[in-house]
Design a binder for this molecule. Structure first.
Ligand SMILES: [Mn+2]
Length: 491
């Protein structure tokens, strides 16, 4: 109680209520220490007089209006400082490890809209940094600390192609700036999760799993896709304190399950779910910046047909094969091919394909049925950084593999999604049937049954351990488990 008063109502951890996870600020302190140690060990930079400078996210207005999108902190800055407010920046003294947070100097009248303005001392205690100043003091403070080299962040995100926002401030031209060194090192740090980060990921993945399970029982023919989206968002916020989801909810049913990014503005989860539809729900909450990314595929009426079972089990076999084979020193590209081969072999057993599975891969048939990668790194960003960094395997040009968001060799501490899928996408099937090289594997008569059928994806979030992977996702996965779970909900 005394502490709360002393902190002026501010707390020194991230929490949303009495029942949500308390994330200690030591998580970010530990990240900063890991970064400083890595930059010192891996680069030729002289620590004395060198400061890492990071820019936090800023408010983004709706077009030309004075209303802003709900604020989401910039991920590199979040990783280092865990700061909730926009417009901040931070510096780390490479020689001493000291952390400095710069916050905007807000006019006194902002208290009318934002409530009592926090002091520099409040921010220092709230975020457990060594020093706090206003952003307009950045150059003076760094000069007073004899800074001569600033390491700023300039790098291209290998998923979006967009560039990070480099720190700039009035007076920066009085310093030497190196914007090349930092990016690969901080990305590399973000690839391997600390025990404290894993706790947050476990939490947000558990909340998201529970929301998916609740939805499986809620959905019935006649229910609309957007109601599933609404129920997920309500669950993760009210139960888990997750104000944001990590990406737009994908709530496809029937044919829509074959649209990889269904739920976008032009197709906003607005179909009514029919009896006989498969649902493909890809949804993940976000807590303290950390993402979950889970996909469940299940029959809307709770009972799989034989066709649904055949396709579902082909995808499940791919998922199980990867779950059992993934471990440190294994190449992610090999896991992708393992998943593809396992799935194609099952589709062959099911009578949809004929011929040799290795030849199917050579012909690129794997990308016809699964036109996306097996999975991706996950952390503060749902498609997390570090997928393609110097010193690691480059993107493959082979069908299927070229879609991967990373080709890395697995290492303990990575968190990834495993998300094989099988889809019946008209434009891809039309092209495949026209290609003699691909059509020779397809039983066209059997395929007709699956036109407009949709698709299946099974997506789990896993942690790479010393000996294998630990699945952090907790939802029913086999046909029997799903049918039992839904049936029990009806009783
Ligand atoms: Mn994913």
């Amino acid at each position: 109680m005394a502490e709360t008063t002393h902190l002026n109502g501010l707390q020194s951890h991230f929490v949303r209520g009495n029942h949500t996870l308390k994330v200690p600020m030591t998580l970010f302190q530990n990240n900063r220490e890991r970064l400083i140690a890595r930059v010192k060990a891996n680069t030729k930079v002289q620590p004395t007089g060198t400061f890492i400078v990071l820019k936090g996210g800023i408010e983004v207005p709706f077009n030309d209006t004075d209303i802003c999108w709900p604020f989401r902190q910039e991920s590199f800055f979040q990783w280092c400082f865990g700061v909730e407010e926009p417009g901040c920046s931070g510096a780390l003294d490479l020689a001493t490890g000291a952390s400095i947070l710069f916050v905007p100097r807000l006019p006194a009248e902002y208290a009318i809209w934002e409530g009592k303005l926090h002091t520099l001392e409040d921010f220092k205690k709230r975020y457990q940094v060594n020093e706090t100043y206003y952003t307009d003091e950045t150059a003076d403070i760094l000069k007073s600390k004899q800074a001569n080299l600033l390491l700023t962040l300039n790098g291209q995100n290998s998923d979006s192609g967009l560039w990070s926002k480099e720190a700039v401030f009035d007076g920066i031209d009085e310093f030497k700036v190196d914007n090349k060194t930092l990016y690969p090192e901080i990305c590399e740090c973000r690839v391997v999760k600390s025990p404290e980060e894993i706790q947050v990921l476990e939490y947000v993945i558990k909340v998201s799993s529970d929301a998916h399970k609740t939805l499986m029982r809620m959905v019935k023919p006649g229910f609309a896709e957007f109601q599933a989206e609404a129920a997920f968002m309500h669950y993760v916020y009210s139960i888990g304190g997750c104000r944001h989801v990590s990406y737009t909810c994908i709530c496809g049913s029937g044919h829509n399950a074959s649209i990889l990014h269904y739920g976008h503005a032009g197709a906003p989860n607005n179909k009514v779910i029919n009896d006989g539809d498969m649902c493909l729900f890809d949804m993940g909450a976000n807590y303290c910046g950390y993402a979950a990314d889970i996909t469940c595929s299940f029959p809307a009426n709770g009972k799989f047909t034989d066709d649904q079972k055949m396709i579902y089990n082909a995808v499940l076999a791919a998922r199980d094969a990867v779950m059992n084979a993934a471990k440190p020193n294994v190449a992610w590209t090999d896991m992708h091919l393992l998943a593809n081969k396992t799935m194609l072999a099952s589709l062959k057993d099911g009578g949809l394909l004929i011929g040799d599975v290795d030849e199917m891969i050579e012909a690129g048939l794997n990308e016809v049925f699964q036109p996306h990668g097996l999975g991706h790194l996950m952390g503060l960003d749902v498609h997390d950084v570090g997928g393609y960094l110097p010193g690691h395997p480059e993107r493959s040009s082979a069908p299927g593999l070229r879609k991967l968001r990373t080709s890395r060799i697995l290492q303990a501490g990575m968190v990834l999604t495993i998300e094989p899928g099988c889809y019946f996408i008209d434009c891809l099937l039309d092209t495949a049937l026209k290609s003699t090289n691909q059509s020779r594997f397809i039983v066209a008569e059997k395929l007709k049954r699956f036109r407009g059928w949709g698709g299946i994806r099974i997506e789990d979030d896993v942690l790479v351990t010393e000996t294998g992977v630990r699945n952090l996702t907790d939802v029913p996965r086999t046909v029997e488990e799903i049918e039992k779970w839904i049936a029990a909900g009806k009783e």
